[in-house]
Design a protein around this ligand. Sequence first.
Ligand code: CTP
Ligand code: MG
Length: 228
Amino acid sequence: QSVAAVIPAAGIGQRMQAAIPKQYLHIGDATVLEHSIRAMARDPRIGAVFVATASDDRWFAQLEIDLTIPVVRVEGGATRAQSVAAGVTAAQRAGYRYVAVHDAARPCLARSELAAVIEHGLEHSAGALLALPVADTIKRGSASGYALETVPRDGLWQALTPQVFSISVLLDAWRMIGLDDPLLTDEASAIEALGLQPRLVMGRRTNIKITQPGDEVIAAALLPEILQ
Ligand code: CTP
Ligand code: MG
């Protein structure tokens, strides 16, 4: 139990256009966030889950989480990176040396994916992230909506979560480049900016991020298969 899960869950879910933040929408028997927390707790190396929520969050306290490991609420920030940093700092204070950062909005994480990314993250000093080779043809578009060129997709990967790092390496990376760089849309990008190379671990296409209306329907269809 050497790894702390950190789940950023302080977003407002603007693109989802729901009445409440998307992490609190129900899918089957539980909210999106509960599915994500349960998914992270399924690996025996995870010792605690730190969930970063908004300062004015009204929903987290209502969840009925029945896990054998601690689930700790911390206050998130104005950006995803700040929310993650709050969770990572709390994990360090609790004595953890490694973190597995996972978006609250990815409830369909499979046990096998989590196991693989933790294994590589503990083994490799620059850490590891789940990712998928880009499958579609990729275009560069103009601001006015015309195709300018086709970007060769060889070597292009789509970054998923979880991403697993040594806390000290991640904190060093943030100290070097700050938390406010707009290119920091995941944790691996901070490590890459240090010149280190996190390991890409093959994820599953089912590990979707609930982003737009309708995604919850896809997630509901995927979950039973993931949980088998
Ligand atoms: N997140 C966070 N703190 C923020 C912003 C985002 O903890 N200040 C979390 C979200 O709750 C989500 C994850 O980061 O679990 C991924 O972000 P995203 O999918 O962009 O969620 P939102 O920012 O909530 O959605 P949107 O961008 O559509 O508003
Ligand atoms: Mg966002």
